[in-house]
Design a protein around this ligand. Structure first.
Ligand SMILES: Nc1ncnc2c1ncn2[C@@H]1O[C@H](COP(=O)(O)OP(=O)(O)OP(=O)(O)O)[C@@H](O)[C@H]1O
Length: 256
């Protein structure tokens, strides 16, 4: 696994997602700039999470879900059925709304992915665990209790541990589905600080209902409505001078 971050092209082309007959995401083409944060916003049920999940084939796990279109990372269309989804999800990590650490020690949560990908040497694993915990600003908080259960951590620490778990397998892209919505304001601020730090190394796509959070953490913002991508632009433009009335109505709280 290389430690050197390389530039990558990452974009969707005419991506649609169906649940049975219902089309939840409608022909969305979007590019995700290298090492920037892209926020997906929009009212409940507009397809943000469905779109996010399709960026690393998590929708495969939902019975009845079907994808049309393409998602490209460099020269690979990940929607191709021949894609190795385990490798794919290593390259494109996912952080969920609720922290979901394994029922294992802090150390084993982080080492798990590296072990799965064949690293057995204890020194190498120690290095990976420390690096991931440092990158997620957890090292100083947990270094003296690496063998304790991850479930003994606070909710905010558990979420940073889950981010560390993703980072430990050296992805190039992180997908985050409302990663702070279950957390208190202090833990939320820590996650936002972490996102600002992580984007130096990773491209990040985040779903959030929190407009202030989108404005604070993202470089670009996409407004979704009823499965359509209504507007996608620099975050500053979306929040100060959107070109579509429905974007303006949504960000000023007139609906949603
Ligand atoms: N597993 C599923 N089976 C069937 N329909 C689903 C499934 N998941 C989502 N949907 C439907 O797809 C549409 C988009 O849902 P999705 O969760 O992607 O929206 P969202 O914008 O992320 O919403 P929220 O902000 O509430 O999380 C909705 O109409 C939803 O009911």
């Amino acid at each position: 696994m290389s430690t050197v971050a390389t530039q990558h092209a990452f974009y969707s082309k005419d991506l649609s997602v169906y649940y049975g007959d219902k089309q939840a995401v409608k022909k969305i083409s979007m590019d995700f700039p290298d090492r920037q944060v892209v926020a997906l916003i929009g009212p409940s049920g507009c397809g943000k999470s469905t779109f996010l999940r399709s960026l690393n084939r998590m929708n495969d796990l939902i019975p009845g879900a079907r994808i049309e279109g393409e998602v490209w990372i460099n020269d690979q269309n990940i929607c191709d059925p021949r894609t190795d989804v385990v490798r794919l999800r290593q390259k494109i990590g996912m952080v969920w709304q609720r922290p979901n650490p394994f029922h294992k020690s802090i150390y084993e949560n982080i080492a798990f992915g590296a072990r799965y990908h064949g690293i057995k040497d204890r020194k190498a694993l120690d290095g990976i665990v420390e690096e991931a915990l440092r990158k997620t600003a957890l090292w100083d908080e947990v270094k003296d209790r690496l063998n304790q259960s991850a479930l003994a951590l606070s909710g905010g620490q558990q979420q940073r541990l889950c981010i560390a778990r993703s980072v430990a397998v050296r992805p190039s892209i992180l997908l985050m589905d409302e990663p702070a919505s279950a957390l208190d304001p202090v833990s939320t601020a820590k996650i936002e600080e972490l996102i600002a730090e992580l984007k130096k190394e990773y491209s990040i796509v985040i779903v959030t209902h929190n407009m202030h959070q989108a404005a604070r953490v993202s470089d670009r913002t996409a407004f979704f409505f009823l499965g359509d991508l209504v507007e996608y632009d620099d975050t500053r433009t979306i929040f100060t001078n959107p070109s579509r009335k429905s974007t303006d109505d949504y960000i000023s709280g007139r609906f949603g």
